[in-house]
Design a protein around this ligand. Structure first.
Ligand code: BGC
Length: 745
């Protein structure tokens, strides 16, 4: 933008939205392009019509470094006399955007910037841009906050604040890099419930992120007040204690005519709404909608099988992604958090990139990660991170998003720029790990989140029983390994980092393992453990050792056997948290115990994936047992019903049930290993992935004495197919069908 200036209102308007306006005449315009942005969140209109299809613009970036602007062609909307109006609500920049509920994190007041380029039919070009000639006035949005909700008052008179003034702060503008944020699914209510407490609650049947829309005609000044919730309590009453300080309240004040309401500057995470106030007229369910809002990503992956519960689990994984890929990858969309937690992101990014084309989405967020990486190379728990005087931790498994996400994106899409753009991010993170530990080549000490929410140190433990030093050193090795692989792909001399990686592996094995086994006493399984008592004889420790390649080939069998024993010791259940869960089923399947992987996968007792499905979940939960066996909830302090992390199992569903795995050096699905694991309980399974090389399909179904397998391989892709009876075949492109005996599965 050449001329535009950041403008704001001449007075503090608190949490109300401000509208910046400019009228102009224009005749014979052949082309009109507007570039526009604002902080917190803005909506621009020309002659009353919304500009562009995006919502919640400009999205959330590391605003102190860069703010995106949106470019829209508005030629069709230009008339002889025009008014541009940019409404701006507090959004992430001025409203609350962290769990300390601090406000004004990036700016004191909402502000806007825009430049309209008008090309006339005679070739003349004219610019209209934001400056002190614009008017500032109030709007019908008298309150807005990302966490607390929005008040829309259709009776509010427009108040002029006078001319806009130059904003004391201006921000670095960049053309939009991320995916568009758009309205997606529109969901009708399923039912109106009168709860035991006598409250009126509407159920949309799906937990989601977005907002409610309502069309209504009542008396002027009457109000509709709406509270949101993800679940009902065990008695069927409305419950949203888990939102913590986030109020999530919508207040609509009626004009007396036909009104349409929906929030413009904020969003909510919910399945249910409670009508706290409603005019004295019959409730017309048909007038309510829930609109799901997320980043626009092309759906690329599908999975279906013959078991309704597993299909529901897959549905919940997809909705976990839809709900939490709203411009940045968030932990959850409802409470006073909704933050770009780096650990959650690294855990889920692989399956996310199979389900949807996440390239644009991650190009942007990885940009934020690069901008916020500290001098030391450290990557924090959250990105973008903004607190007044506080930082999230630098933790193993969280900061490792710096290596895991770029490498995963490269593998899935085959685009080298994910490695080129992020090589320094990766390298500096590994250097940080190298410098962080109290002993060379190990990461001992530090403040880690551990195997977050694992059950092996008691259900109420946050950090699990696995030694934080072991986890940190294992991830150090994994990150160094990914860095070396990335560097070699880019043709760099990686000998220095190869030596570092090998030293980390050697020291890990000396320090944490004895006779090919991690050290520790599992007799305390499930009991609360002090941090210094955490050890290596856990499901997560063995899983990381097997999956990251910290063991020798000859040790794998004994390690796998021990992993199976630990599972048995824990009642045939998983005791893994955020860091062990993504890999435990892979570790079992890759080491000859797919039978145990299926056992865990089909388990229905807490902790398990189907536990939440049985409790009626429509998205993934934060805790394995966010609703406990007796129907009570996990503590309000931390209990989200829309946390995608455990949805990482989707990667195993595509990769092992349907057997589709990218082979070493097979970036962008150019080389595959296909080895499905049919099982009688599922009856059939089918997945399809629209890869960058074309559609890939893998399906099998049980048919009497036989199992039929069908594969569709993209042209030019080399696939090494291993059938359940041990037969192997390498094929390229086209359809391939096989039959094996049911006794072989
Ligand atoms: C978030 C998590 C996150 C964690 C850090 C929580 O409050 O919701 O998902 O990773 O903090 O351990």
């Amino acid at each position: 933008m050449k001329f535009a200036k950041w403008i704001c209102a001449p007075l503090d308007t608190g949490s109300a939205a401000v509208v910046f306006k400019k009228s102009f005449a224009a005749e014979n315009v052949s082309r009109a392009i507007i570039k526009v942005s604002g902080l917190g969140t803005y909506e621009a209109r020309i002659n009353g019509q919304k500009i562009g299809r995006q919502v919640l613009t400009p999205g959330w970036t590391s605003y102190e470094h860069r703010v995106q602007y949106q470019t829209v062609d508005i030629t069709e909307q230009i008339k002889e006399n025009n008014t541009i109006a940019i409404g701006v609500g507090p959004g992430w920049a001025v409203g609350a955007a962290n769990y300390h509920h601090e406000t004004k994190l990036y700016a004191e007041r909402v502000c806007a910037v825009a430049e309209l380029e008008l090309t006339y039919s005679d070739g003349r070009v004219e610019y209209i841009y934001t400056d002190e000639s614009w008017d500032a006035c109030s709007s019908e949005v008298t309150f807005s906050d990302i966490y607390d909700g929005e008040t829309i008052d259709k009776t509010a008179e427009e108040i002029s604040y006078g001319k806009a003034v130059l904003s004391p702060k201006s921000f670095n503008l960049v053309e939009q890099v991320g995916a568009d944020i758009v309205e997606n699914d529109v969901i009708s209510p399923v039912t109106l419930i009168i709860t035991p407490k006598g409250e009126r609650v509407i159920d949309f049947g799906q937990n989601m992120t977005g907002y409610v829309s309502l069309s209504i005609k009542g008396k002027r000044g009457e109000r509709v007040v709406i509270s949101h919730a993800e679940v009902l309590d065990k008695d069927g009453n409305f419950y949203n204690g888990n939102y913590r300080s986030a109020k999530n309240i919508l207040t609509f004040v009626l004009s007396g005519d036909e009104d349409s309401f929906k929030p413009t500057y904020s969003f909510q995470g919910f399945r249910y709404i409670r009508l706290d106030e409603y005019p004295d007229i019959p409730i017309d369910l048909g007038a309510f909608r829930a609109i799901a809002v997320h980043s626009d990503m092309r759906r690329t992956g599908h999975f279906v099988c013959g078991d309704a519960k597993i299909n529901q689990l897959y549905h919940n994984i997809i909705w976990g992604q839809k709900s939490n890929y709203l411009d940045i990858p968030t932990d959850c969309p409802q409470r006073d958090e909704r933050l770009g937690w780096t650990g959650d992101t690294q855990v889920f990014c692989r399956v996310a990139g199979i389900n949807y084309d996440t390239r644009r989405f991650f190009e942007k967020w990885l940009g934020e990660l690069r901008l916020e990486q500290e001098e030391s190379g450290a990557v924090r728990g959250v990105c973008p991170e903004r607190f007044n005087s506080y930082h999230t931790r630098i933790s193993a498994g969280w900061g490792d998003v710096a290596t895991i996400a770029p490498f995963t994106l490269y593998e899935l899409y085959g685009e080298k720029h994910f490695l080129e753009d992020n090589f320094e991010l990766m390298r500096r993170w590994v250097e940080y790990q190298h410098s962080a530990g109290s002993e060379e080549f190990l990461w001992l000490g530090g403040t880690h989140y551990g195997d977050w929410l694992a059950h092996d140190s008691g259900e109420d433990s946050y950090e699990g029983a696995t030694s934080a030093d072991l986890i940190a050193s294992a991830f150090f090795y994994h990150s160094a390994d990914l860095l070396v692989r990335a560097g070699k792909i880019l043709g760099k001399d990686m000998s220095e980092y190869e030596t570092l990686r090998d030293n980390v592996r050697r020291r890990f094995r000396e320090f944490f393992m004895k006779d090919g086994m991690p050290v520790g006493d599992p007799s305390d399984l499930g009991k609360p453990l002090a941090p210094e008592a955490r050890h290596g004889m856990t499901q997560t420790a063995i899983t990381l050792i097997l999956h990251f390649g910290l063991c020798e080939e000859s040790e794998k069998e004994a390690l796998t056997e021990r992993l199976v024993e630990l599972i048995e010791l824990f009642g045939g259940r998983m005791s893994t948290g955020f860091l062990g869960t993504p890999y435990i089923l892979h570790a079992l399947s890759d080491n000859g115990r797919n039978d145990v992987a299926y056992k865990l996968f089909f388990n229905e007792d807490n902790p398990s994936w189907l536990y939440s499905v049985n409790k009626g979940a429509t998205t993934m939960w934060e805790h394995w047992n966010s609703i406990k066996d007796d129907g009570s909830f996990w503590s309000d302090a931390m209990n989200s019903f829309n946390h995608y992390a455990y949805g990482c199992v989707g990667d195993w569903m595509y990769g092992k049930i349907c057997g589709v795995q990218i082979a070493e050096g097979g970036e962008g699905y150019s080389k595959l290993n296909i080895a499905p694991h049919p099982c009688a309980r599922l009856g059939f399974a089918r997945c399809s992935i629209d890869t960058v090389r074309g559609r890939l399909e893998s399906a099998w179904y049980c048919s009497g004495e036989n199992v039929k397998l069908e594969f569709v391989i993209p042209e030019g892709t080399e696939a090494c197919i291993t059938l359940p009876d041990g037969r192997c075949e390498t094929v390229t492109g086209g359809s391939h069908c096989y039959t094996v005996a049911a006794s072989d599965i």
